[in-house]
Ligand binder design. Structure first.
Ligand code: ADP
Ligand code: MG
Ligand code: ZN
Length: 622
C-alpha cells in the first residue's frame, strides 16, 4: 500500500465513526448519572402547576436549556418535608418563568447542556485525533526506514525479516550420510563458482532446489554448506514468517528479500518450511487464505523475474512435498527436488563420526555400536545424543564419554527424563508383571524384535518400560511380524489379567491398546491382511488439509465398514487369546522374573534370555 492522504483517510474514517459512537455512549451515561444523583422522584408538568398554585413549591432549578426542572417542594402530600422532584418541561412554556417570578419562587437556570455538549465535542474529536496522529506516525516511520515516501509500507518492517550470513563457515564435510543429496549440490556449487562453464554452452543455471525430508535430517545444514562451499552470502527466512495477520505484508517481505538478494548476487536464498506459504491454492477448508496466496504469488513472480543467470539460487525446505502448489514445482521454479531421508546405518555412522570429532569419547567405544542402536534417529537426534552424553559425562566429572552415558542419553532422547523408582508396593508389582508380560511375549515369539532391556525406572510418562532392539529394515514387515507385535503389545495387559484377575487390571495398558487397534486396523484396511482380501480401503493421510480422522472419507460401503470392524475384532481377539495362553503356560518363569526385576529394577536383554532358557525347553532366539 502506498502512502497517500487518500489512504490515510480511508484508514481513519471508520476509526472516527466508531469513536464517535463510543464517546456519545460514554457521555450520555455520565449525564444521566449526574441528574439521577439529584433526584429519583418525578412528576408531570400539570401536577407541578398544581403544586405552584398551592404554594408548595420553594425553589426551581432549570437544566437542559429549559427542558428539565428540579423542583424543591414541601406540602402535606409530601409528608411536610422538603423534597426534590424532577419535572420534564414542555418546550412551549414561556409564561412559566413569569409565573415563578410573580410567586417569588427562588429560580435558577443551569446551562448544563451547553458545557456537556462542549466536552462532548472535544471528546469526540480527541480520540480520533490521537488515532490519526498515531497512524501518521506509523506511516512516516515505515517510510523513513525504507527511504522516502512512495515506498511500500509494511507493519513488519521494524522486525528483522530475514537473516543474512556473509559466510556460513559450513562445508560439505560437515554434512554426512546423505551422499546423493550432496552430489546434486556439488554441481550447484560449480554453477555458482563458475557460471561461465554453463552459460558458454547455453545451459541455464537452475533457479530453485527443493529439499524434501523429515525434520532434523540436515536440510538447513546442506543449504548452508552450499553457500559455504561456493563462498557466497546466505539469506534465510522461514515460511511461517511470511504468514502474517495483515494481507500484503508477506508479499512485501518476499519483495524485500529478493531485492536484497539481487544486490548481493551471487548468493543463496533459503526458504525454510516453504509449505507454510506454498500450499496448494484454494484448498483451504472454509475459504482460502488471501494472505498466503498473495505471498505465494509474489514468490512465484520474483522467481520468474530474475533471469536464470543472475546467480541467485533459491533453496527451499519442506517435510511434505505432496501439499505444495503445483506452480511451485514447475520447471523454472523449484524444478530440482532432492530427497533427504532419515539416515541408514552407514549414514548414522558417518554422522556420528562428524559429531564425535570435537568430543572426548572413550577410545574403546566403537561408534558403530551406537549407530546400530539408533535406527530411526535423524542427524539432529544423533548430534543431540552425543551432546547429551557429553553433558552427562561432565556432570559425573569423568574424563571421557563411556558407553554408560551413551546408553543413558539414548534412553533419555527416546523416552524422556528418568524419574525416581517406586518403592516396593502392590502397584510396583503390577507394573513389573505388566512389563515382564511384554518382554516374555517378545522373547518367546520367533517373529518379535529382541528384548533390549526391561526396567521399572520410570521415564517420561511411562512408569516402567520394555525396550526392544528395533530391526534395521522397518520398511517391509510381514504379517506374522505384525501379529507378533500385536501380541507383544497385548502381553502387558494379559499378564495383569492372569496374575491379578479381571477386576484388578489397570489403565496402564491404554497406550498399548491404542497401538494394538491401530496395527490391526491397518492390517485390514491398508495391507490386505484379512479375509476381506487384498483391498486398500484407507490410505494414510489422503487429505493433508484435514485432520486425520476427518480425512478418512469412507470410499467403501457401510457393508464393508461392518466387515472391517469385524475383522479388526477377530484379529485382536485371536492375538489376545494366544497371548493369554503363553502367559499362563509360563507363569513360573514370569513370577521368577518379576522377583528379579523388583530387586534389580533393570534386566538387560541377554540376561533376560539367559534366565528364561534355564526354565524352558523352547529354543530362545540368540
Ligand atoms: P533440518 O533443517 O533438516 O530440520 P538441520 O539442518 O537444521 O535439519 O539439522 C540440525 C542439526 O542436526 C545440524 O545443525 C547438525 O548438527 C545435525 N545434523 C543433521 N543432519 C546432519 C547430517 N546429515 N550430517 C551432520 N550433521 C547433521
Ligand atoms: Mg531446518
Ligand atoms: Zn505396556
Amino acid at each position: 500500500m502506498k502512502f497517500s492522504w487518500k489512504n490515510l483517510l480511508l484508514w481513519s474514517l471508520p476509526v472516527i465513526i466508531i469513536s464517535f459512537f463510543i464517546w456519545q455512549g460514554f457521555f450520555a451515561t455520565t449525564i444521566n448519572e449526574n441528574n439521577n444523583n439529584i433526584t429519583n422522584s418525578r412528576m408531570t408538568y400539570g401536577r407541578f402547576l398544581e403544586y405552584l398554585d398551592m404554594g408548595w413549591v420553594k425553589k426551581v432549578d432549570i437544566y437542559d436549556n429549559g427542558h428539565t426542572a428540579i423542583v424543591e417542594a414541601i406540602g402535606p402530600e409530601l409528608g411536610n418535608r422538603i423534597q426534590k422532584i424532577r419535572v420534564e418541561l414542555p418546550t412551549s412554556a414561556p409564561e412559566l418563568i413569569n409565573k415563578l417570578k410573580r410567586n417569588n419562587i427562588d429560580l435558577d437556570a443551569h446551562p448544563t447542556k451547553n458545557t456537556i455538549a462542549f466536552w462532548n465535542l472535544i471528546g469526540n474529536l480527541l480520540f480520533p485525533l490521537l488515532l490519526i496522529t498515531g497512524l501518521i506516525f506509523l506511516f512516516k516511520r515505515s517510510n523513513s526506514t525504507t527511504g522516502g515516501p512512495g515506498q511500500a509500507m509494511s507493519f513488519g518492517k521494524s522486525k528483522a525479516l530475514f537473516q543474512m550470513e556473509a559466510k556460513t563457515g559450513i562445508i560439505f564435510d560437515d554434512v554426512a550420510g546423505i551422499d546423493e543429496a550432496k552430489e546434486e549440490f556439488e554441481e550447484i556449487v560449480t554453477f555458482l563458482k563458475k557460471p561461465e562453464y554453463f552459460t558458454a554452452v547455453g545451459a541455464k543455471i537452475p533457479k530453485g532446489v527443493l529439499l524434501i525430508g523429515p525434520p532434523g535430517t540436515g536440510k538447513t545444514l546442506l543449504a548452508k554448506a552450499i553457500a559455504g562451499e561456493a563462498n557466497v552470502p546466505f539469506f534465510s527466512i522461514s515460511g511461517s514468517e511470511f504468514v502474517e495477520m495483515f494481507v500484503g505484508v508477506g508479499a512485501s517481505r518476499v519483495r524485500d528479500l529478493f531485492k536484497k538478494a539481487k544486490e548481493n548476487a551471487p548468493c543463496i536464498v533459503f526458504i525454510d518450511e516453504i509449505d507454510a506459504v506454498g500450499r496448494q491454492r484454494g484448498t483451504g477448508v472454509g475459504g482460502g487464505n488471501d494472505e498466503r496466496e498473495q505471498t505465494l504469488n509474489q514468490l512465484l513472480t520474483e522467481m520468474d523475474g530474475f533471469e536464470g543467470n543472475t546467480g541467485i539460487i533459491v533453496i527451499a525446505a519442506t517435510n511434505r512435498a505432496d501439499i505444495l502448489d503445483a506452480a511451485l514445482l514447475r520447471p523454472g521454479r523449484f524444478d530440482r527436488q532432492v530427497n533427504v531421508d532419515i539416515p541408514d546405518f552407514k549414514g548414522r555412522l558417518a554422522i556420528l563420526n562428524v559429531h564425535a570429532k570435537n568430543k572426548k569419547i572413550n577410545p574403546q567405544i566403537s561408534l558403530s555400536i551406537i549407530a546400530r542402536r539408533t535406527p530411526g534417529f535423524s542427524g539432529a537426534d544423533l548430534a543431540n545424543l552425543l551432546n547429551e552424553a557429553a553433558i552427562l559425562t561432565a556432570r559425573k566429572h569423568k574424563s571421557s564419554i563411556s558407553l554408560n552415558e551413551i546408553d543413558e542419553a539414548i534412553d533419555r532422547i527416546v523416552a524422556g527424563m528418568e524419574g525416581t523408582p517406586l518403592i516396593d508396593s502392590k502397584s510396583k508389582r503390577l507394573i513389573a508383571y505388566h512389563e515382564i508380560g511384554h518382554a516374555i511375549i517378545g522373547t518367546l515369539l520367533e517373529d518379535h524384535e529382541n528384548v533390549q532391556k526391561v526396567t521399572l525406572i520410570p521415564r517420561g510418562q511411562a512408569r516402567g518400560l520394555t525396550w526392544f532392539t528395533p530391526s534395521e529394515d522397518q520398511s517391509l514387515i510381514s504379517r506374522s511380524q505384525i501379529k507378533a507385535k500385536i501380541m507383544g503389545a497385548l502381553g502387558g495387559r494379559a499378564a495383569e489379567e492372569i496374575v491379578f484377575g479381571d477386576a484388578e487390571v489397570t489403565t496402564g495398558a491404554s497406550n498399548d491398546l491404542q497401538q494394538v487397534t491401530s496395527m490391526a486396523r491397518q492390517m485390514v484396511t491398508r495391507f490386505g491382511m484379512s479375509s476381506i482380501g487384498p483391498l486398500s480401503l484407507e490410505n494414510e493421510d489422503s487429505n493433508p488439509f484435514l485432520g486425520r480422522s476427518m480425512a478418512n472419507t469412507n470410499e467403501y460401503s457401510d457393508e464393508i465398514a461392518i466387515k472391517i470392524d469385524k475383522q479388526i475384532y477377530n484379529i485382536v481377539q485371536e492375538c489376545h487369546k494366544k497371548t493369554l495362553k503363553i502367559i499362563k503356560n509360563n507363569r513360573v518363569i514370569i513370577d521368577k522374573l518379576v522377583d528379579i526385576l523388583i530387586e534389580k529394577e533393570t534386566i538387560d536383554g541377554q540376561e533376560f534370555r539367559n534366565i528364561i532358557s534355564q526354565y524352558t525347553t523352547i529354543p530362545i532366539k540368540k
